[in-house]
Design a protein. Structure first.
Length: 232
């Protein structure tokens, strides 16, 4: 077994007295696509926030390539990027300005990374001077992904890729992400359309009430009925 790119061991994530994630153990290997699934309120978003240090875990530790993550800035410097749920682009800034903000820790590579983003998402290139708030939902998701890519990450965490988007747009986004994965980038996806996640993932984690209830391959999840048990 290869050394994990990302590993979480015994991680708890809490908001004051409320613990959203308990005793999380998770790994992402180099070049792997991992799907994080579970019903609403299962703790998926809180898991990503704990992994990146946006919410400091109250127990356990998170390692990226063997180094303990101490906070979101540190996570980005190590090679971890997070696309938040709801996209959260800056509506009054242009596409280019949104991208440049994503590359603030890697200014020497900003031009090259921006060109890569425009090649990956040509629609962003044609709208580079438009304000983020004027873009369609799919284009805003492209922009959110592109902004994360500006830091030249080795691992990309994406929370609710397809939320509010048309199926054809989601297909396009998934294909672009698989292209990045084929080029060596690791991915963690939270996805409401479970079948899409199972089609592209190498491994699956299923959460329920803040705990991992299943870890394995999509084929194992299907054979054991793990997805049906979690959602139904």
């Amino acid at each position: 077994m290869s050394k994990p790119l990302l590993s979480a061991r015994g991680v708890d994530v809490a908001y004051g007295p409320i613990t959203a994630v308990r005793n999380l153990t998770l790994r992402v290997d180099p070049g792997e696509t991992v799907a994080l699934l579970g019903p609403n309120g299962a703790g998926k978003t809180s898991t990503l926030r704990g992994l990146t240090g946006l919410v400091r875990p109250t127990a356990g530790k998170v390692l990226f390539d063997g180094t303990r993550i101490t906070g979101p800035d540190h996570a980005v410097s190590l090679g971890l990027a997070h696309v938040p749920e709801g996209r959260r682009v800056f509506p009054d800034l242009t596409v280019t300005q949104n991208l440049l903000l994503g590359g603030w820790r890697a200014k020497s590579r900003a031009a090259a990374q921006q060109e890569m983003v425009f090649e990956l998402f040509p629609r962003l290139a044609s709208r580079r001077d438009q304000r983020g708030g004027s873009l369609s939902g799919g284009e805003q998701q492209m922009l959110a992904i592109g902004r994360a890519l500006m830091s030249a990450p080795r691992l990309l965490l994406i929370d609710e890729l397809s939320l509010g988007l048309a199926p054809l747009v989601v297909d396009e986004l998934v294909e672009r992400l698989m292209q990045l994965n084929r080029e060596g980038m690791s991915l963690v996806l939270i996805e409401q359309f479970v079948h899409r996640a199972l089609e592209v993932a190498d491994r699956v984690y299923i959460l329920n009430k803040g705990r991992v209830t299943f870890e394995g391959t999509p084929a194992e999840a299907a054979r054991l009925g793990a997805v049906e048990e979690a959602y139904l």
